[in-house]
Design a protein around this ligand. Structure first.
Ligand SMILES: *Cc1c(COP(=O)(O)O)cnc(C)c1O
Length: 248
């Protein structure tokens, strides 16, 4: 990825990649610590690098440093970076809000769509996966804060959504994902995590014979708490890649 870069850019990239490696090591240490509080270890937790607004070189640095998965938010950015081989060497997840008319660009590209948050979206994923002759793995997104602006199933709608998904031959539910309301106080956030964990345990037992794999919750600011509440998959962006530059 160095082609055409000035020595300043190369230096900046080398510095950034050093910190990506160090950041991942530090996050792994904190993940392991939190996991041990719940009788698990870091090996039980999947670390997803949320790589939105970070370029292909940064994605490759994270993969070289042993990230488990990369997660993208925006379909166009994902398509561009796929063409640059940004994710070669690690599974790719789609973690952002997904519009129905963009589903066909994601099905079959992302190993896991973490943001299946409506029945209409599940139906569209089914349609596109059937066309490709594949089974698309998804997580059901839970809108735990009941936020009007956020997608996802209301907690009381998750069981019906799971029942609906069971009827879809080309969709396989692997677990739940949630993003608590931004700006919640720490104890309030913990309550959200605990509620989604309880929901996960409940539908896992009742509807999947304990066959679900993933409870995806926790980001840079709260992944240790999410793990304490039972998360086994965390999506970390800023703490790995640094602050995102929204002015670009
Ligand atoms: C951006 C993003 C993250 C990571 O957020 P950070 O606070 O930067 O760690 C996690 N999950 C989703 C769905 C995101 O969009």
């Amino acid at each position: 990825f160095d082609n055409g870069q000035t020595s300043d850019q190369k230096y900046a990239r080398r510095k950034a990649s050093m910190s990506i490696r160090e950041n991942i090591a530090e996050i792994r240490r904190r993940i392991d610590e939190a996991a041990r509080e719940t009788g698990r270890t870091g090996a039980d937790i999947t670390l997803v690098g949320a790589s939105k607004m970070n370029d292909a070189a940064a994605c490759q640095e994270a993969i070289a440093a042993g990230i488990d998965v990369l997660g993208e938010n925006r379909v166009q950015e994902m398509v561009t970076k796929l063409a640059e081989n940004a994710y070669d060497g690690a599974p790719l997840h789609f973690i952002g809000h997904l519009q129905r008319n963009k589903v066909k660009q994601v099905v079959g590209k992302a190993a896991l769509i973490q943001s299946a948050g409506s029945v209409e979206l599940l139906d569209e994923i089914e349609k596109q996966a059937e066309k490709l002759g594949i089974v698309q793995d998804v997580l059901l997104e839970v809108n735990i804060g009941g936020e009007a602006a956020k997608s996802g199933f209301a907690p009381e709608a998750v069981e019906a959504a799971a029942a609906h998904a069971k009827e879809l031959a080309h969709v396989r539910v692997r677990g739940l994902m949630t993003i608590p309301p931004a700006g919640a106080a720490r104890d309030e956030n913990m309550v959200y995590f605990e509620k989604v964990h309880a929901l996960y345990v409940d539908i896992n037992r009742k509807m999947y014979n304990n066959g679900l794999d993933y409870l995806s919750m926790g980001m840079s600011g709260d992944f240790a708490d999410a793990i304490r509440a039972g998360s086994n998959m965390v999506r970390v962006g800023t703490a790995i890649f640094g602050a995102r530059d929204y002015t670009k």
